[in-house]
Design a protein around this ligand. Structure first.
Ligand code: ZN
Length: 325
């Protein structure tokens, strides 16, 4: 505590207070201790630091160069310094006016089916393939993880290997995050009503190990991004109930089929004999579901199990700008 500015432990205690308030309100789990070397970060308030161009003055460190200037103007609230692998970042919170609503293209409704092989399939028939680099990096990760596990505990070589794995994890996370941002920006720019699934159940069943955990992570992040970007554009996000049979429903005749093998890419409806692409069929069903439940919501009737996300207009909002230092 003596090595750092007194503001850093103060903020940690304030944040702990918030964590306990969230816990007692049932919004979060019980706070846990953080370990040194894992998720290292600290927050300082605006009276403790200064930003000038591409530099930031941090107590006990002095002026530190940043990769880019602060992108938002307004009252600076706080700064959080954090480390990911061997890189340092500062996230500066700024009170700004709401940015002007950018015009959407009003192309109507879309359903999005998130997959493992393809990143996403839209009800328009578009298939968005994930970044090619990802597969290669995942192979590298497996190799590096094996190499790490063979190193002797406490040795220099283990520390080096650990650092390599951490950097690769960060790189993979960046690649994924980038492709998700491109996807969610594209969808929210084009469509007014967006239908998504509650949970990526099929993705969970179909895949295993590493790919699964990563696809899983992507799903929650996808939903988070779609919701906040849609709110900015004034679009509605409809999350289908987890009992909605998006992939078992025939989008041509509406027959629900109970038992279906999970391994095939296509299936043929026994009632109308249409052969469907699995993902596209699910996306079309999600689009229809979204349209029908927003129509209900506007008519004031009960929509039965759908939750169109409310669009919150905020006069003042806090924008966080993360800058690599
Ligand atoms: Zn059918």
């Amino acid at each position: 505590m003596l090595k750092v500015t007194k503001n850093a432990p103060q903020m940690a205690i304030i944040q702990l207070g918030q964590a306990f308030r969230n816990f007692f309100a049932g919004r979060a789990k019980h706070p846990t201790f953080r370990r040194k070397g894992v998720d290292d970060r600290f927050t300082i308030t605006n009276d403790q630091f200064q930003v000038a161009g591409r530099r930031i003055r941090i107590p006990h460190l002095g002026w530190v160069r940043m990769r880019e200037e602060l992108r938002f103007s307004g009252k600076i609230v706080s700064a959080t310094v954090s480390r990911i692998a061997d890189r340092w970042f500062v996230a500066i919170t700024v009170d700004t006016e709401d940015p002007p609503k950018r015009p959407a293209e009003h192309k109507g409704a879309v359903g999005v089916d998130l997959g493992v092989l393809a990143l996403a399939t839209l009800s328009t028939g578009e298939r968005i393939v994930g970044p090619k680099a990802l597969r290669r990096e995942l192979r590298r990760l497996r190799r590096l993880s094996r190499s790490l596990s063979r190193k002797q505990k406490g040795s220099k070589n283990r520390a080096k290997a650990k650092n390599k794995v951490a950097r690769l994890h960060a790189r993979i996370a960046n690649i994924r995050q980038d492709s998700l941002h491109q996807l969610t920006s594209d969808i929210t720019r084009r469509f007014d009503v967006i239908g998504i699934e509650d949970l990526n159940l099929r993705g969970m069943v179909r895949n295993h190990h590493l790919a699964r955990s990563i696809a899983d992570m992507g799903f929650h992040e996808f939903r988070r991004q779609v919701e906040y970007k849609a709110a900015r554009r004034g679009a509605a996000v409809v999350t289908a109930d987890r009992f909605f049979p998006s992939s078992k429903l025939c989008s041509t005749c509406g027959v629900i089929q109970d038992e279906m093998p999970l391994t095939v890419r296509t299936w043929t409806c026994p009632a109308c004999n249409t052969t469907h692409d699995w993902d596209l069929n699910a996306a079309i069903n999600l689009a229809r579901y979204a349209v029908s439940s927003t129509a209900y919501a506007c008519g004031g009737e009960g929509s039965g199990g759908s939750h169109p996300t409310a669009v919150k207009p905020a006069l003042l909002k806090q924008e966080v700008s993360i800058i690599h230092v």
